[in-house]
Structure formats: structure tokens, C-alpha cells
Design a protein around this ligand. Structure first.
Ligand code: ATP
Ligand code: MG
Length: 584
């Protein structure tokens, strides 16, 4: 591509709302352009990188026997009503109506659609295993679209769905997808790890998130350096402190604790350790469809712990969007809670969820549900009870690893993909059955597997940039080489640049020729911002056939003959072009 003729634009200033590097750099380098909140156009270089990632995904999916199809992004409401998700998905589902007022949605994911296909076509065990995938725009009306491509409302996803006869067969397919995903993210040049993930209402061990490690990620990951356990914070099981069986229960006592509305303040005031206190968290439950308040929930964890929202929705067995933090002023009259002084005794008309650890702890201090008062020596069983008792706390930095007991480390990452054993959730709900060799009918065992293609592009940038711009790995760069022609009007320089351009193109190298009538400084800046892996500069020494050869990821510049530069570029692209170099 010749830049003098290309549709090409870079920007000097960061977009005002961009707070993270990938958002800032992808906009400035002209890869993406925002049309509305969370909606982006992919401009020429951006679309090339997306297609590179897609191609890697295709190769790895095809290698595992998956087959590409293309479903419609528009789905009739009836399909979603069958699975129950028309109501349960909540406001994130992008609903539309046609001219006859019929309901449709723009697909956020395609379990319903693919189960509908399978139930028509798959009737016998002989037809499985089958794994169908597509690469397509997905739509989610996210409550807070942000961080550019990391959380957008329209995004490119690869989604795959597998059909197997039983859980062993599903395990095999799942493991193949685990390998395919590991290969994809390796070839994209990401530093990532598969981590055990939450399976929500489906439960069991059956999901991994592939997390690219970065400071800006929205996924909280805990891992153990000793035994390699890695899990999302909502999945990681916490180890309860051992029960204090040998401690005697003391008589319950009410204390005046003026103005102590935080755990710190009350612990300080009464001279207690935070571990001897109970923290209250208040929530309201919403109807899945109308979002009207249907009830209240109070959760209790030990004062030094944090309550985990996903563990809470799992404990209550409700969709994520149906639980919100509650305002005590609103909830007080209905339940008896008092701002800053809420405890598990004295509450009424709300579901009480107690963290499992509290059951074995003796003589704790909690709010008395009375202004400026706390109760001390509160004991589970004798003084209060939970409607639900389970692990609702977050595993945090320094806590014991649930596998080996070593202190865990907390880190952040971007979820670039997730694989999930759906088992028979959709096949039972939608009646997708097959017959075995004895003509007995069973629900099909399903799995689903997603990769955020556009999010992956942003994750690559988060891991590969410097103060000048993006530093693309060769495998997903929009082009491999830029030839920077210093003086476009100088005939010797132009002729040499054209020669290199032709030779590289003939060898299958993707090359851009910067033949614009611009100052060299402008050209260098653009090249660095866009992040082409190789730069060949044709300037003053063109008459001697000498050019500058520089890799974007390295500082040094080599002055070599044009032939040598072409050979080196071809070699590097051969070596790193498909990203398999990262396997070593
Ligand atoms: P998140 O927890 O980040 O909202 P999710 O778990 O809801 O994501 P999945 O349903 O597992 O997402 O979708 C598969 C993949 O699609 C994710 O792993 C992620 O890479 C990508 N993805 C999901 N939501 C978005 C979004 N709003 N913008 C860009 N990519 C997304
Ligand atoms: Mg996910």
C-alpha cells in the first residue's frame, strides 16, 4: 500500500475519554473510530489486525475439527423465551421490534440459536461429536461501556458450541478447545493464563477464563506461586479460619458506640480486632424483567473480609443484574436496618446470608440495629441465624490457597476468552435430544467457547506498547514492514524504495510505502505510533544502495544494503508471521 494514495489518518491528541493505553493508541493510530458510546468503526489498519486474529482463531479451531457456520445476529424472541433468557438476561439484551411489532434481539451470544439448529438436525449418537463456530459481531447493551474495545456494546466474537453424547465425550471436546485457546493466545503474542472460572447456576468444575495479564484488566485473579492454582476471584474458594470450638460463649451485651459507623471505628472504639466484628452489606433484589424491587437481602461477613457480588448472586440463585446494593434509608423502614449499625439481630423481612466462616467464630461484635449501639459477644446459632449460609467472601492477597494453603497473590487481567461446559442446560430447556444405540433418548451434552476477537486486539496493545505508540507482534500487525522514503521527490531514493517495495511484495511480505510529501519527522512518528514491526528507511545513502533497517521493538538501527534489508525482513516474517515462534 502506498500511503500517498491510502485512506490514512493519525491523530496527535488523545481522545478525552480514553483512560487506558489500548483505547488511546488504537484511536490515535487510526485503527478504530467511535460512533456512539461503546460502538466503534474499524478503520483500515484496525480491520487488518482484526482479520489476522480471526485467521489465527480459524486455523486453530479448524485444526480441532470445529466447523465454521454463520448464524444471523438477529434472533426472534421466541427462541429466547424457550430457554427462559428473554426474561433472565435483563437490560443487557439488545431488544428490537420489526414493523409488525414482533420482538427480536441482537445476539449477545448464540446458545439458543445453535440449540435450535441441533435439535432439528442431530437425532442419533452417530452424528456426534460436532463443534460449530462462527465469527461475528455481538451486541450487549452494557451498563458501562468503557475502555474502548475492552468493553464495547458491539464487538467481534468467535463463539463455538459443541454437541456430545455424554460427559466423557464433552470432557474430550472441552480439552481440545482448551488447547486451541492456548494456541490462539500464544500466537497473538499474549502473556496469559487459563484460570478456573465461575459457572454460575450450572455449577460444577467446568469453566476456564483465559486471562491476559495487564494492570488495566477488569478481571480479578488470584493465583498460587507454589501449586499454580489460578482462579477468578468469584470462583476461588476461601479457606475459613478454623472454628473456635474451645472458646466459651459469653453473655450478649449491648454497648453504646456513638458515631462508629464503620468497622474500623467500632473496632477502635471497643478495642477489638477487626476479626472480632461482623460486617453488614445490604442489597435489593430486582425482578429480572421489570427491574422492580422484589425484596431485600442482608449479607454478613467477618469484619476483615470482603463480600463477593458473584458469590452472592450464586448463593441466591438469581441473575447478576437482579442484585444491587441498597440504600439504607430506603431499606430501613421495611427491614429494621439502621445506617452504620446494622447487624444480623433485629432484622425482619429480608433474606439473611451469612458467610460460612462466621458460624464457627465466637463472641463477635455487630450492629444492634439501633442508632449508636452495637452488640458484643454475638454467637451464631444462639443469637442469630442465616437463611443461607455459604462462602460469600473474596479470596484476597495473602489469604490461604484453597489447594495447598500457601499465601495467594492477587493480580489483574483481561478476560480474552472463556470455555464452558453447559452440559444439558439448553438441551433440556429446548428439547435437543438424541437416541443411543439402544434407541434410548438422552439430552445432548453441550459446551460453549467464546473468544473476544476485538477485545484480544486491545489486550495485545495493552501488553505491547511504549511511549511512542504500539509495538505489534509480527503475527497480528496490520502490515509487516514500512518503507520510509525520506524525500519522495528525490528520484534515486524513490527508485530504490519502489524496488524494495516490489521485492518484498513479491515475497508475500505485507508492506506499506510511505511516499507522502511529508517531513521525515512526521513519517517516523506515524510509523512508531502505528507500530509496524520493521522499518526500512530510504534516504541520503540511496545512491550507495544503503538503507536503514530498524525493528520497532529494538532501539538499534543498522545501515545495510537494500538486498540485505529485504532478506532480513523476509526471514523475520517467515519466522514470526504466523505467531508459532511464540511456542518455543
Ligand atoms: P465480561 O465478564 O468481561 O463481561 P463475559 O464473561 O460476559 O465477559 P462471555 O459471555 O464469556 O463474556 O463472552 C466471551 C468473550 O467475549 C469474553 O471472554 C470476552 O473476551 C468477550 N466479551 C464479552 N463482553 C465483551 C464486551 N462488552 N466488549 C468486548 N468483548 C467482550
Ligand atoms: Mg466470560
Amino acid at each position: 500500500m502506498r500511503l500517498s494514495k491510502a485512506y490514512f489518518k493519525t491523530y496527535r491528541d488523545d481522545p478525552a475519554e480514553a483512560v487506558i493505553p489500548s483505547h488511546r493508541l488504537l484511536v490515535r493510530a487510526g485503527f478504530i473510530r467511535k460512533s456512539a458510546s461503546g460502538i466503534y468503526f474499524y478503520m483500515q489498519p484496525g480491520w487488518r489486525s482484526i482479520r489476522k486474529i480471526e485467521e489465527i482463531v480459524r486455523q486453530e479451531m479448524d485444526a480441532k475439527g470445529a466447523q465454521e457456520i454463520r448464524m444471523s445476529a438477529i434472533m426472534p424472541a421466541e427462541l429466547w423465551q424457550e430457554s427462559g433468557r428473554w426474561a433472565a438476561y435483563g437490560p443487557e439484551l439488545w431488544r428490537i421490534k420489526d414493523r409488525h411489532e414482533r420482538d427480536f434481539c441482537l445476539g449477545p451470544t448464540h446458545e439458543e440459536a445453535v440449540t435450535w439448529i441441533a435439535r432439528e438436525d442431530i437425532t442419533s449418537y452417530k452424528q456426534m461429536p460436532i463443534n460449530l463456530y462462527q465469527i461475528q459481531n455481538k451486541y450487549r447493551d452494557e451498563s458501562r461501556p468503557r475502555f474502548g474495545l475492552l468493553r464495547s456494546r458491539e464487538f467481534v466474537m468467535k463463539d463455538a458450541y459443541s454437541f456430545d453424547v455424554d460427559s466423557e465425550a464433552l470432557d474430550k471436546t472441552y480439552n481440545l478447545m482448551y488447547e486451541a485457546y492456548s494456541n490462539v493466545f500464544t500466537r497473538c503474542g499474549l502473556n496469559f493464563a487459563p484460570v478456573e472460572a465461575d459457572t454460575g447456576s450450572i455449577g460444577g468444575k467446568g469453566s476456564h477464563e483465559f486471562t491476559a495479564f495487564t494492570e488495566v484488566g477488569e478481571s480479578d485473579i488470584v493465583y498460587c506461586e507454589k501449586c499454580r492454582m489460578a482462579a477468578t476471584q468469584e470462583k476461588a474458594e476461601c479457606v475459613d479460619d478454623p472454628p473456635q470450638d474451645d472458646v466459651e460463649m459469653l453473655p450478649l451485651e449491648k454497648k453504646e458506640t456513638p458515631g462508629t459507623t464503620t468497622i474500623e471505628a467500632v473496632a477502635d472504639y471497643l478495642g477489638l480486632d477487626k476479626k472480632q466484628t461482623i460486617k453488614a452489606l445490604l442489597f435489593k433484589r430486582l425482578d429480572a424483567e421489570t427491574l422492580e424491587v422484589t425484596g431485600y437481602v442482608a449479607a454478613f461477613v467477618r469484619g476483615d473480609r470482603e463480600c463477593n457480588m458473584i458469590k452472592m448472586v450464586n448463593a441466591l440463585d438469581i441473575p447478576e443484574h437482579c442484585l444491587e446494593f441498597a440504600d439504607e434509608a430506603e431499606m430501613g423502614p421495611a427491614t429494621g436496618c439502621v445506617a452504620g449499625f446494622t447487624g444480623p439481630m433485629g432484622l425482619h423481612d429480608c433474606t439473611i446470608v451469612v458467610d460460612s466462616e462466621l458460624v464457627g467464630m465466637k463472641n463477635l461484635c455487630a450492629g444492634a440495629c439501633e442508632k449508636d449501639h452495637h452488640l458484643v459477644n454475638m454467637n451464631y446459632g444462639r443469637d442469630y441465624k442465616g437463611d443461607i449460609v455459604t462462602d460469600i467472601k473474596s479470596l484476597e492477597q495473602g489469604d490461604q490457597c484453597p489447594v495447598c494453603g500457601h499465601p495467594v497473590t492477587e493480580t489483574k487481567g483481561i478476560e480474552v476468552g472463556q470455555i464452558f461446559k453447559l452440559r444439558d442446560k439448553y438441551s433440556v430447556a429446548m428439547g435437543a435430544n438424541f437416541v443411543d444405540e439402544n434407541m434410548k433418548s438422552h439430552p445432548i451434552q453441550m459446551g460453549c467457547y467464546g473468544i473476544g476477537v476485538s477485545r484480544t486486539m486491545a489486550a495485545v496493545v495493552e501488553q505491547h506498547y511504549d511511549d511512542k505508540g504500539i509495538v505489534w507482534p509480527v503475527s497480528v500487525a496490520p502490515y509487516h514492514v514500512i518503507i520510509t522514503l525520506i524525500k519522495a521527490k528525490d528520484e534515486t531514493q524513490a527508485a530504490l524504495a519502489e524496488k524494495i517495495y516490489d521485492e518484498l511484495q513479491a515475497a508475500g511480505v505485507e508492506v506499506v510505502l510511505d511516499d507522502r510529501d511529508e517531513r521525515p519527522g512526521v513519517k517516523f512518528k506515524d510509523a512508531d505510533l502505528i507500530g509496524y514491526p520493521i522499518r526500512i528507511t530510504v534516504g541520503k545513502r540511496a545512491g550507495e544502495d544503503i538503507v536503514e533497517y530498524k525493528l520497532r521493538r529494538e532501539e538499534n538501527v543498522d545501515e545495510i544494503t537494500s538486498g540485505e534489508a529485504v532478506t532480513r525482513a523476509i526471514e523475520l516474517v517467515k519466522e514470526e508471521g504466523d505467531g508459532r515462534c511464540f511456542f518455543r
